[in-house]
Unconditional design. Structure first.
Length: 328
């Protein structure tokens, strides 16, 4: 990449951000040809919107004088970042790119940064089953990237990484239930992107209110039925005793029995309503927890892409030279 290409790329990037043209999920839109992803917007400006049908990464790389791996990396990071960081990445990468470099050294430095990052997670690994082997493979691969001209180091790193990957896969196979659960959760998260913890919490709150209302209704029904039954029975019994009419006494007992039946039916209905509301609350709480887990996973994923984006920018900035601008 020369200085002219870099300045043109920076200018394009700033225009894309200012015009709100950047979108994730596609290279360009079939109806609105001015919008697209980070690579897509550049490809549109360089070769027209039909570039999405060819190879937008190669188009941009050839035009700007960048390696194609960089355009793929740029694309992947853009798609993984949270929306409020995508424009920043689009412009910051253009500004950070070094002039007059084939970017091979930067490639190896980026790989080292990412591999070192992976090693920090070893505390969560089963070291006896596969963790020690994975850490050793990472170390060997990092050693290769520090000295990429050493063919023996490259071969050793390749072999170690392949062996460690197989060990990790074997360990996962022995915990099939856990792996299957994780896969299912990942699949569910991918198709439920519209679900939010906020909507689930709203449903949970509504269900809890319904349960509380049903409990209150049940208690009111029990109290009212009991009072009515006792009042009816006492009135009838008093009338029967004062008049000494056997038939009235029988009627009073029948009234008490009917009232008690009504009270039992009311209690049963109220309890059933309360149970249904509690079941709904439980389901909503479960949905809320699932949504919170999904949000947490998405947040962790976005944070990881942010870290990688910052690392890439840091590598390129550390390798920049400050060439004189072109003379007219």
């Amino acid at each position: 990449m020369n200085i002219e290409k870099k300045m043109a790329r920076i200018e394009r990037a700033k225009q894309h951000a200012a015009a709100d043209r950047l979108r994730s999920g596609f290279y360009t839109d079939a109806k609105n040809h001015s919008i697209g992803c980070s690579v897509g917007c550049d490809a549109i400006d360089i070769a027209g919107w039909h570039a999405r049908y060819i190879n937008p990464h190669a188009i941009v790389a050839r035009h700007d004088g960048t390696p194609e791996w960089l355009e793929h990396l740029r694309d992947r990071i853009f798609e993984g970042l949270p929306p409020n960081r995508r424009s920043w990445w689009h412009v910051a990468l253009a500004e950070a790119l070094p002039v007059g470099s084939d970017m091979q050294a930067e490639y190896h430095l980026i790989c080292i940064a990412i591999l070192e990052r992976q090693k920090t997670r070893s505390s969560n690994w089963d070291m006896a089953a596969y963790g020690d082997e994975v850490v050793a493979a990472l170390d060997q691969t990092i050693a290769y990237h520090r000295n990429p001209t050493d063919s023996a180091a490259k071969s050793a790193a390749d072999s170690a990484a392949e062996s460690a990957a197989e060990s990790a896969r074997s360990a996962a196979d022995s915990a099939a239930d856990s792996a299957a659960m994780s896969a299912a959760m990942s699949a569910a998260m991918s198709v439920r992107s519209a679900m939010s913890a906020r909507s689930a919490r709203t449903a949970m709150s509504a269900a809890r209110s319904a349960a509380d209302a049903a409990d209150s209704a049940a208690e009111s029904a029990r109290s009212a039925a009991k009072s009515a039954a006792e009042s009816a029975a006492e009135s009838a019994e008093s009338a029967a005793e004062s008049a000494q009419w056997y038939s009235a006494a029988m009627s009073a007992r029948s009234a008490r029995s009917a009232a008690e039946s009504a009270m039992s039916a009311a209690e049963s209905a109220a309890d059933s309503a309360a149970d249904s509301a509690r079941t709904a609350m439980s389901a909503a709480e479960s949905a809320a927890e699932t949504a919170r887990s999904a949000e947490s996973a998405r947040s962790a994923r976005s944070a990881e892409y942010e870290w990688i984006a910052d690392a890439v920018i840091g590598v390129f900035q550390s390798r920049q030279t400050t060439p004189e601008p072109p003379t007219e």
